[in-house]
Design a protein around this ligand. Structure first.
Ligand SMILES: NC(=O)c1ccc[n+]([C@@H]2O[C@H](COP(=O)([O-])OP(=O)(O)OC[C@H]3O[C@@H](n4cnc5c(N)ncnc54)[C@H](OP(=O)(O)O)[C@@H]3O)[C@@H](O)[C@H]2O)c1
Length: 280
C-alpha cells in the first residue's frame, strides 16, 4: 500500500510526507531532482517531473495512492499513467481560485482547473483540495520587516482568510487515508478573514514593534513585483486583491475534515517569527 507524495520538498508536500510517515505508511517521495531530496528514514526518493511524461511510469509503479501538485503541462498523460499503474486514489492540491469570481479568465484559476478537468476526465478516483491563500505567503514580507523597512504592497486593505500549511497537510493526510473522500472537492481556508494590514499588525504585535505599510499603486506593483513574478500570475493576484478590498473573504473551516479548528494566522506568525525578526 505505497503512497506517493509528489513535490516532497514543497511546503505542503513535505508536511504531508511527515504526517504519513508518522502514521506508519509505506511511502515514496518524489521531486524533479531527487538526489538532493532529504526524506525520513525508510522512504524511497524518486524522480518525477509532472511536466515530463517519460518520468511517470517508473515513479508510479506499485503506487496505491498519491498526493499531487497541479501542473497542467502534461496532466492528461499523467492521469493516463496513474490509471495504467493501478493507482486507486489521488489527492490533488488545487486552489480556491477555481471556484472564485474570475474563474473563467484568471490565469491561476485556469492553471488549476486544467488539472482538475484532466483528473475528472480520467477514470482515476480523486479528491480535489481547494485551499484559499496560504498563510506562508506572508513570508514575502519578511525581508522588509526584518530590515525595519516599510512593507511595500498594493491593496493593503484586501482580505484573505490565510490557511496554515499544516491544516492543508492535515486535510491531505486525512483524504489520503480514507477512500470515501474520492470524488469530493474540499474547499477550505483559515479561520478568519484578515486584511493584509491586519496580518502585518499581527506580526508587528508579536515582534513588539510597528510594521509600517507603504501602499503601492497598481502600476508601481506591476513594476516592483514584476521583477520576480511572471506577468500572468501577478496580473491574477492584483485582480484578486483589488476585488477583495474591504470585502471579507469567505471562511470554510477545515474542522469538518480534520476534526479540529483551523490554526490561526497568529499561530502561523508565532511559529515563523524568526523569519521576521531583525538580523544583527
Ligand atoms: N500560495 C497560495 O496562496 C496558494 C493558494 C492556493 C493553492 N496554491 C497551490 O499550492 C502550490 C504551492 O504549494 P507549496 O507552498 O507547497 O509550494 P512550494 O513550497 O513552492 O513547492 C512547490 C513544489 O511543487 C513541486 N513542483 C513544481 N513543479 C513541478 C513539476 N513540474 N513536477 C514535479 N513537481 C513540481 C516542487 O518540486 P521540486 O522539488 O521538484 O522543485 C515543489 O516541491 C501552488 O503551486 C498552487 O498550486 C497556493
Amino acid at each position: 500500500m505505497t503512497i506517493l507524495v509528489t513535490g516532497a520538498r514543497g511546503n505542503v508536500g513535505r508536511r504531508v510526507l511527515d504526517r504519513l510517515h508518522a502514521a506508519g505508511h509505506d511511502l515514496r517521495a518524489s521531486a524533479r531532482t531527487p538526489d538532493d531530496l532529504t526524506v525520513p528514514a525508510g522512504v524511497d526518493a524518486v524522480e518525477l517531473d509532472l511536466g515530463r511524461p517519460e518520468t511517470f511510469d517508473t515513479a508510479l509503479k506499485g503506487v496505491d495512492s498519491a498526493f499531487l501538485y497541479a501542473e497542467p503541462a502534461a496532466a492528461r498523460d499523467l492521469f493516463a499513467a496513474v490509471a495504467r499503474a493501478g493507482v486507486r486514489h489521488v489527492v490533488l492540491l488545487s486552489s480556491a481560485t477555481v471556484s472564485g469570481p474570475a474563474a473563467g479568465t484568471d490565469p491561476l484559476a485556469l492553471h488549476h482547473a486544467a488539472v482538475e478537468d484532466a483528473l475528472a476526465a480520467s477514470a482515476v478516483p480523486g479528491t480535489v483540495l481547494r485551499p484559499g491563500a496560504f498563510a506562508g505567503n506572508a513570508l514575502g514580507w519578511s525581508r522588509a520587516i526584518a530590515a525595519g523597512q516599510p512593507v511595500r504592497i498594493p491593496f493593503p486593505d484586501a482580505h484573505t482568510a490565510p490557511v496554515h500549511e499544516d491544516d492543508i497537510a492535515d486535510v491531505a493526510a486525512v483524504a489520503l487515508g480514507d477512500r470515501s473522500y474520492a470524488g469530493r472537492t474540499l474547499t477550505f481556508s483559515g479561520p478568519r478573514s484578515l486584511t493584509f494590514r491586519q496580518q502585518l499588525a499581527v506580526i508587528g504585535a508579536l515582534l513588539g514593534r510597528e510594521v509600517p505599510v507603504h501602499e503601492l499603486t497598481r502600476d508601481q506593483a506591476v513594476e516592483e513585483m514584476g521583477r520576480f513574478m511572471p506577468p500572468p500570475v501577478l496580473a491574477s493576484l492584483l485582480d484578486q486583491w483589488s476585488a477583495a478590498v474591504d470585502r471579507p473573504a469567505e471562511v470554510h473551516d477545515v474542522k469538518a475534515v480534520t476534526g479540529r479548528p483551523a490554526r490561526t494566522f497568529e499561530q502561523w506568525a508565532r511559529e515563523h517569527l524568526d523569519a521576521f525578526a531583525a538580523r544583527n
